[in-house]
Design a protein around this ligand. Structure first.
Ligand SMILES: [Zn+2]
Length: 103
């Protein structure tokens, strides 16, 4: 019985009588995480963000191509401005996409 709960990832062998797959309940785990976000750019001591370093710039964008907000990444205001500029520059140069379709 306990094993049945553990193998939630592979429901192929689950019997029909068992309760249907419940959605994951992440809110049950931990409501708050008191970890302080640190600016990635400040932490790595990069003085100015280069648009040519697109792999770094890309890490601040979503999979769909959107720029991630400061609220999510924890970058400081100064560096968020630089990141925004770099992403927009890369988009114009077709290094980064403006948007990608959702899967
Ligand atoms: Zn910073």
């Amino acid at each position: 019985m306990s094993e049945e709960i553990k193998t939630n990832a592979a429901p192929a062998a689950a019997p029909a009588a068992a309760r249907p797959e419940r959605p994951a309940r992440p809110f049950m785990k931990k409501r708050f995480e008191s970890r302080r976000k640190v600016c990635k750019v400040c932490a790595e001591k990069i003085d100015n963000i280069d648009y040519k370093n697109f792999q770094f710039v890309k890490s601040f964008t979503m999979e769909s191509g959107k720029i991630l907000s400061r609220r999510i990444t924890g970058t400081c205001a100064k560096h968020q401005r630089q990141i925004t500029k770099a992403v927009k520059r890369d988009r114009n140069l077709a290094i980064l996409p403006y948007s990608l379709p959702k899967k």
